[in-house]
Design a protein. Structure first.
Length: 179
């Protein structure tokens, strides 16, 4: 059995240039793979400036195995007792190690501590074909007790992104009660 996954909020050393670059590269690598065929060009989900900002705001939970960064998830408060997580990533070389589960559990615990009764996420999927990564995520979110609440065309929620799409896509909002 491999080493356990540990999760934590950022510390000062996470703001060093090399750490911010590594995290930014990991997020972009995972999103480029997971959203393959959905965008006209290589997916750039974030950049070092945005990663540094969410680290400074303690809005990113980090996952490590043996002290090595292997994943992250962004957390935020939506208001009305709803927490949200997004930008969930796990190092492709460590898949199956429980990184995603550990990160989501930490995000849910954080939301409960903030007084939230519901956790929310958004999942982008192609409208007319099945993306294997997105199908895996739908099954996984269902297994960990999330359920789809509403689906909207991407053009309704984020019209500025439509010109970048290679295919029509929808955003589905998923919820999980935290009580």
């Amino acid at each position: 059995m491999g080493s356990p996954v540990t999760t934590r909020f950022p510390v000062d050393s996470d703001l060093e240039a090399g750490a911010v670059e590594r995290l930014s590269e990991l997020i972009n690598e995972v999103y480029d793979d997971a959203e393959s065929g959905m965008w006209k060009r290589k997916v750039t989900r974030t950049d070092t400036g945005a990663v540094e900002r969410v680290l400074r705001e303690s809005a990113l939970i980090l996952a490590e195995i043996d002290g090595e960064l292997v994943g992250s998830v962004q957390v935020s408060l939506m208001g009305d007792g709803i927490g949200e997580f997004g930008m969930l990533v796990a190092d492709p070389g460590c898949r199956g190690a429980g990184i995603g589960t550990a990160l989501v559990r930490h995000a849910e615990a954080w939301a409960r501590q903030q007084g939230c009764h519901t956790m929310r996420l958004e999942l982008l999927t192609p409208r007319h074909w099945r993306n294997p990564s997105k199908e895996f995520l739908k099954q996984w979110y269902t297994r960990i007790e999330y359920s789809p609440r509403a689906t909207e065309p991407l053009e309704t929620m984020y019209p500025n992104l439509v010109p970048e799409l290679a295919t029509e896509c929808d955003f589905t909002v998923w919820h999980k009660p935290l009580t």
